[in-house]
Design a protein around this ligand. Structure first.
Ligand code: SAM
Length: 220
């Protein structure tokens, strides 16, 4: 989801109250950002943020942090938050949502040990060339980073319509010593795993074309 470079997006992000600026300084102190001790769930590669915002509306007692690499994409999420705020006449629309603009490679510099209760990977970029495998978010390299920040009782959830990426992701679990407790090759026809499912932008787009959605859940 690489939108065209939108001029000024970095400046808008740098001034947005919905974005955590210099997140490295918040490591170990995310409760302070939200002003409560609610669990912190993160989506890595959140795109325009629809999933994260819908989750935050459905679960006000969870704090959600969306991580996105590209300013031009994150800008769209900020604009949605601003629109909601103006519709609510200035009242903060979702106090349990914050964004970070960064590459998830820096995750362990931003979250402390076991500071994160749940990690969502939704429709992660497939990086089809073998030499780019390390850039895939469900790769063993990223799992090692997740291991450092995820609570020992935490969850990792991964959804995609890309069968090759999903098979790769399942193989990576073994190598990393992780184990999926739930796996489906057709989420939208799996009644148990569909319970409480919130669609992402990509999920809506691809499932409406008839693509099956794959998902795994890891409960540590
Ligand atoms: N999760 C959204 C959804 O399901 O609709 C967006 C999916 S889009 C295909 C993948 C997003 O992940 C893109 O916006 C991309 O910029 C972001 N992304 C990819 N690699 C990333 C990384 N290493 N760190 C942060 N964001 C990343």
């Amino acid at each position: 989801m690489r939108l065209r470079n939108i001029s000024g997006s970095r400046e808008i992000i740098g001034e947005s109250k919905f974005v955590v600026q210099e997140p490295e300084g918040k490591k170990g102190n995310w409760a302070g950002i939200f002003g409560n001790n609610n669990p912190i769930h993160i989506e890595i590669g959140m795109g325009k943020g629809r999933f994260l915002m819908d989750m935050a509306k459905a679960h006000p007692d969870i704090n959600y942090v969306g991580i996105e690499k590209y300013s031009s994409v994150l800008l769209r999420a900020i604009q949605k938050m601003e629109k909601m705020e103006s519709m609510e006449k200035g009242k903060e629309p979702l106090p349990n949502v914050r964004f970070i603009r960064m590459d998830a490679e820096s995750l362990t510099e931003v979250f402390g040990q076991e500071e994160v209760g749940r990690i969502y990977l939704n429709f992660s970029d497939p990086w089809p060339k073998d030499r780019h495998a390390k850039r895939r978010l469900p790769s063993r390299e990223f799992l090692a980073r997740f291991d450092k920040v995820l609570d020992k009782g935490g969850h990792l959830e991964f959804k995609t319509d890309n069968e090759g990426l999903f098979r790769f992701a399942l193989e990576e679990l073994d190598a990393a010593g992780w184990h999926a407790t739930k796996v489906t090759y057709d989420l939208h026809h799996d009644r148990e795993m569909m319970e409480g499912n919130i669609m992402t932008e990509y999920e809506e787009r691809f499932s409406s074309k008839g693509n099956p959605i794959f998902k795994y859940v890891i409960e540590r």
